[in-house]
Ligand binder design. Structure first.
Ligand code: GLU
Length: 489
C-alpha cells in the first residue's frame, strides 16, 4: 500500500498592497490545519501580476503575519525543499508547463489584440451574452501560430477548454460542484509579457510544492474548474479543495476597504493585540466549538488562544454563510484582552503600541521647528495618537464650498489615499491633479485633507504627517468622516 500523502498546505498572497485581514484569516486556518495533521504550512508569494505589484508589500505581509504569530514552515525568507517560493523566480517552470500543454494541443496561442478583445466584449455585452473569448485563435493551425510567434508577433497562451461536457470537483465543505464547460472561458495561461496568469502559476506550484489541501477563500470557487482542467491536462492529481466562507461587511457585501479597515497594519497601529485579532478571526465562520454558550458567559466561551484552536478547531464545523467582520465585536474582544493584562503588561503594551521610540522618532522632527515648550508637544502632535479625528464644519468646510461638495471631495481624497503610491511626490501630484479636475484651489484641497487628518486648520507639514501615520490610518480617518452623519437629522 502506498503511504498517505503528507499534509502540505499553503497561503499564496499577492503582494499588491497592505497585508489584508483575509490573508491573516487564511493563514490562521491553514496553520491550524497543518498543525492538527502534523503537516507543513507554506507561504508562497504570487507576484506575477506586475501591474499591481507593490515592492514593499511582501515585507509587510511577513511582518503582519509574524506579529499575529502565524508563522510558516517554508517560504521566500526561510527557503525549503520546494523553493523558490516567489513566483517571479519560478518562470522557467511555467514556460516548460506551457510548452508541454501546447505540444499536446491542450493550449493554444492567441494573437487577438486587447483592442479586438475589448470590441468582442462590448459586442457580447450588447447582445446580453456573458463576456468570453470567442475562440478565434483556437482554429489557427498550431504550426502557423508557432511561426507567427517565432517571427515576434505578440501572443498569449490560452487553455483549450473542452467544448462539450462539464467539470465536477469536490469541495470538502460543500460536496460536488459542477461547472458546465459552456460557462468556462478559454483562460489565458501565459500573458503577452511572458508572465503566467494566476491560474497557471497556482496549479503548477501547488503541484510542484506537493500541496495536499488547498484552503482558500470562496471567491476562488469559480476558478477551480479551470484549475481542475489544468491538472487533468498535465496528467497530475489535483489537491483537495476547501473553500472558506468570504468575510463580509456588516451589510453582507464582500469585505472591502471602503467600509472596513482591512489592512492588518491598521489594526497593529491602532492598538489591537495580536492575540485578540487571532481569537476574533478564529470565531469567524464557526469551527471552534463554543459549547458553553448556555451558561451565558460569552466572554468565557468566545475567548480562546491559538493553542486552543490547534486543539479544538473542527474544519467540518465551518459554517458556509459569510461571517461578518464585526468591528464592534473585535473591539469588545480586544478590550477583554487589554483588561486582562497585568499592570506591567498593560504599561508595556501602551509604551510599545502607542509610544514606541521608533514612532516618536518619526514625529519629533515634524514638531521641533514649531515648539516653544515641551508642554506643547501634544498640542501640536495629538493627532498622531488619537483614535478618531472628527473635525466640526468650521474646521473642515472651506468658506466657498457647501457640505455636499466637500463630502464629495473627501471621497476623492479617500480614493487618493487608498491608491496613490505612498510617497510625498506621488501624493502631492495626485492632490494637485484633483484640485485641477474639480476646480478647487490646491490650497482648499490641502486644507480639507489637513482638517480630516489632523482635526485642525494648522498642523505640522501635512504630507509628512500622513506618511508617518500611514496609509491605513489616514484612510480610516476619511472613511469615518464620510460615514459620519454630518448635520443629518
Ligand atoms: N494569489 C491568490 C490570492 O491572492 C491565491 C489564491 C489561492 O489561494 O489560490 O489570494
Amino acid at each position: 500500500m502506498s503511504e498517505p500523502q503528507p499534509v502540505r498546505v499553503r497561503i499564496a498572497p499577492s503582494p499588491t498592497g497592505d497585508p489584508h485581514v483575509g490573508t491573516a484569516y487564511m493563514a490562521l486556518l491553514n496553520l491550524i490545519f497543518a498543525r492538527q495533521r502534523g503537516g507543513q504550512f507554506v507561504l508562497r508569494i504570487e507576484d506575477t501580476d506586475r501591474v499591481r505589484f507593490v515592492a514593499s508589500s511582501e515585507r509587510m505581509i511577513f511582518e503582519a503575519l509574524r506579529w499575529l504569530g502565524l508563522d510558516w514552515d517554508e517560504g521566500p525568507d526561510k527557503g525549503g525543499p520546494y523553493g523558490p517560493y516567489r513566483q517571479s523566480e519560478r518562470t522557467p517552470l511555467y514556460a516548460e508547463a506551457v510548452t508541454s500543454l501546447l505540444e499536446r494541443g491542450q493550449a493554444y496561442r492567441c494573437f487577438c489584440t486587447s483592442e479586438q478583445l475589448d470590441a468582442m466584449r462590448r459586442e457580447q455585452i450588447a447582445a446580453k451574452l456573458p463576456p468570453h473569448y470567442n475562440r478565434t485563435c483556437r482554429r489557427l493551425d498550431p504550426a502557423a501560430a508557432a511561426a507567427r510567434a517565432a517571427a515576434g508577433e505578440a501572443f498569449t497562451v490560452r487553455l483549450a477548454v473542452p467544448e462539450q461536457g462539464a467539470t465536477t470537483f469536490r469541495d470538502q465543505l460543500r460536496g460536488a460542484i459542477t461547472f458546465d464547460h459552456a460557462n468556462v472561458d478559454d483562460q489565458v495561461l501565459l500573458k503577452s509579457d511572458g508572465f503566467p496568469t494566476y491560474h497557471l502559476a497556482n496549479v503548477v506550484d501547488d503541484h510542484h510544492m506537493r500541496i495536499s489541501d488547498v484552503i482558500r477563500a470562496e471567491e476562488w470557487i469559480s476558478s477551480t474548474p479551470k484549475h481542475v482542467l489544468l491538472y487533468q491536462a498535465f496528467g497530475w492529481e489535483a489537491p483537495r479543495f476547501w473553500h472558506m466562507p468570504l468575510l463580509r461587511n456588516p451589510d453582507k457585501s464582500k469585505i472591502s476597504k471602503r467600509k472596513n479597515p482591512v489592512s492588518l497594519i491598521f489594526y497593529r497601529q491602532t492598538g489591537y493585540l495580536p492575540a485578540a485579532m487571532v481569537n476574533f478571526l478564529g470565531l469567524l465562520g464557526g469551527g471552534m466549538p463554543v459549547a458553553d454558550a448556555q451558561a451565558g458567559d460569552t466572554a468565557a466561551t468566545e475567548k480562546f488562544t491559538l493553542a486552543d484552536m490547534m486543539a479544538r478547531f473542527q474544519f467540518e464545523q465551518i459554517r458556509l454563510g459569510g461571517p461578518v467582520f464585526d468591528l464592534k465585536k473585535l473591539r469588545w474582544l480586544n478590550g477583554l484582552y487589554l483588561r486582562a493584562l497585568t499592570p506591567e503588561g498593560f504599561l508595556q503594551a501602551v509604551r510599545e503600541g502607542m509610544f514606541s521610540a521608533d514612532y516618536l522618532a518619526q514625529i519629533t522632527p515634524l514638531v521641533q521647528e514649531r515648539i516653544e515648550t515641551l508642554g506643547q508637544f501634544l498640542d501640536l502632535a495629538d493627532f498622531f495618537f488619537l483614535d478618531q479625528v472628527l473635525p466640526p464644519p468650521e474646521v473642515f468646510l472651506p468658506k466657498k464650498r457647501d457640505l455636499a461638495a466637500t463630502l464629495a471631495q473627501a471621497a476623492e481624497l479617500l480614493t487618493i489615499l487608498e491608491s496613490a503610491a505612498w510617497e510625498h511626490a506621488a501624493l502631492e501630484a495626485a492632490l494637485r491633479q484633483l484640485a485641477e479636475r474639480t476646480q478647487w484651489s490646491a490650497k482648499e484641497v490641502f486644507m480639507l485633507l489637513r482638517a480630516l487628518i489632523t482635526g485642525k486648520t494648522a498642523s505640522p507639514p501635512l504630507l509628512e504627517s500622513c506618511l508617518v501615520l500611514g496609509r491605513a490610518r489616514c484612510s480610516d480617518r476619511l472613511r469615518r468622516f464620510l460615514a459620519h452623519p454630518h448635520g443629518a437629522k
